[in-house]
Every structure is written in C-alpha cells, then in structure tokens.
Design a protein around this ligand. Structure first.
Ligand SMILES: Nc1ncnc2c1ncn2[C@@H]1O[C@H](COP(=O)(O)OP(=O)(O)OP(=O)(O)O)[C@@H](O)[C@H]1O
Ligand SMILES: [Mg+2]
Length: 168
C-alpha cells in the first residue's frame, strides 16, 4: 500500500521552487511519509547554505505532518535504506530531464532493487522552473514571484540587498 510507504525526494533545492513544492505536495498525498533529502556539499558555491535550505523547506511544510526535511550525503539508496524508504520521488519537467533521470533510476535499481523510483509531473506553470534559472533571473533583477514560495522570494531579496550594500 502506497500509504505505508516512506519516500525520499532528493535534490539540492538551492533554492526550493514552486515546482519542488508541487511535487512534494503530490508526494505527501500519495505516500505515508515523504522525506525531502537536501544533498550536502554538491555545489561548491551554493546561494543558500544547506542549513538555510532546510529551514526554508521546514517553514514551507510546517503544516504537513507527513513531510520531513533532512540532509544526506553519499549513496542515495544507502540513505533510503537507513530511513526505511522504499521509494525515491523525482520530478520530470520535460524530455530534457528524462535521459539523466532514467540513468539515475536504473543505476539506483542496480544498486538496490528494493527501492523504486517514482516520477511525477508538476502542474504546467512550473514545467519551466529550475533553481538555476530562478537564481539567474534574480541576479539580473527579474521577478520570480509565484515561481518560488513567498519565503524564498523574501530571502532572495535579502541576499540581493546584502550584496548591493557590500558593493556600495
Ligand atoms: N519545476 C519542477 N517541476 C518538477 N520537478 C522539478 C522541478 N524542478 C526540479 N524538479 C525535480 O526535483 C528534483 C530535485 O531537483 P534539483 O534540486 O536539481 O532542482 P533543480 O530546479 O533542477 O535545480 P538546478 O537548476 O540547480 O539543477 C529533480 O527530480 C528535478 O527534476
Ligand atoms: Mg536539476
């Protein structure tokens, strides 16, 4: 039964976008528990620290009793085993996500056949949203209103102001 299943949704979430939120919400309806696993130390120069990313996700999902936010390092299937998770959730935006995601899913299955990867599609308005693009737009002074949770919009504004103050 899906309701008994613990799922892991891994990613860098630098920052959390409305696309991520959409996938986590869908996962929370489907699975007994969904663990948002923030990957440690992948990007050498992230915009938000792992600590900030975890805080943001915890705040956004404060009202969800079956959403947990955690960090992990090393092999994803090992982390899943430690957490008692039998599903990995990934989001698919477009065909361009497919090749990489298929390789990862099949490699993870090779490493641990007991963990199933489940793909979900976000609501259409989020199919073009990525953390990288959000950061690019913000750096160039564009608005990402609605494409990220409000708390992320506020934190992005703070970062921008801090940078401008440093430059002044
Ligand atoms: N807008 C979105 N809709 C659905 N799934 C998404 C969306 N953005 C990211 N995902 C999925 O969420 C998971 C975690 O992705 P990740 O943390 O790399 O986010 P990202 O937005 O792709 O960030 P980056 O631009 O830094 O790669 C992946 O499965 C990714 O495909
Ligand atoms: Mg990505």
């Amino acid at each position: 039964m899906a309701a008994d299943i613990i799922a892991i949704y891994p990613g860098s979430f630098d920052p959390l976008t409305s696309g991520h939120v959409d996938i986590i919400r869908r996962g929370s309806h489907l699975f007994g528990r969904i663990i948002v696993g923030v990957l440690l130390n992948r990007d050498k120069s992230p915009l938000f620290t792992v600590h900030e990313r975890v805080d943001i996700a915890r705040e956004v999902f404060a009202g969800y009793t079956n959403v947990e936010v955690d960090t992990f390092d090393g092999l994803l299937v090992e982390y899943a085993r430690r957490k008692g998770a039998s599903a990995i959730v990934r989001g698919l935006r477009a065909i361009s996500d497919f090749e990489y995601e298929m390789q990862m899913a099949l490699m993870n299955r090779h490493l641990n056949p007991d963990v199933e990867t489940v793909f979900m599609m976000p609501a259409e308005p989020y199919t073009y949203v990525s953390s990288r693009l959000v950061k690019e737009v913000v750096a160039l002074g564009g608005s990402v209103h609605g494409l990220v949770p409000e708390i992320v919009e506020a934190r992005l504004r703070e970062k921008r102001l801090a940078r401008e103050t440093l430059r002044a």
